[in-house]
Design a protein around this ligand. Structure first.
Ligand SMILES: [Zn+2]
Length: 82
């Protein structure tokens, strides 16, 4: 049975990833494998930290295969309330 997942993408998304150096905690390499499973949590935006979402993406170090999660803070704007 095929489950059809509908992606309702009416929200305009502006992505601001954070420029933190994302590197392996074990060997210090910045090389990584593909991002896998990701989890998004909502944030309450403030003036100093206007992020609306925090996205955690799993990946593995390309050198020593230590799994890690990279975090991205994003600002997503949608027109729903307009
Ligand atoms: Zn590593």
């Amino acid at each position: 049975m095929t489950a059809k997942v509908q992606n309702i993408n009416r929200a305009k998304v502006t992505v601001h990833t954070f420029g933190d150096a994302r590197r392996c905690p074990t060997c210090g390499s910045t090389q990584r494998g593909k991002y896998g499973h990701s989890r998004t949590s909502r944030l309450t935006p403030t003036k100093l930290e206007p992020w609306t979402h925090l996205v955690a993406r799993r990946c593995k170090c390309a050198k020593c295969e230590t799994p890690r999660i990279d975090y991205f803070r994003e600002i997503r704007t949608d027109d729903q309330s307009n």
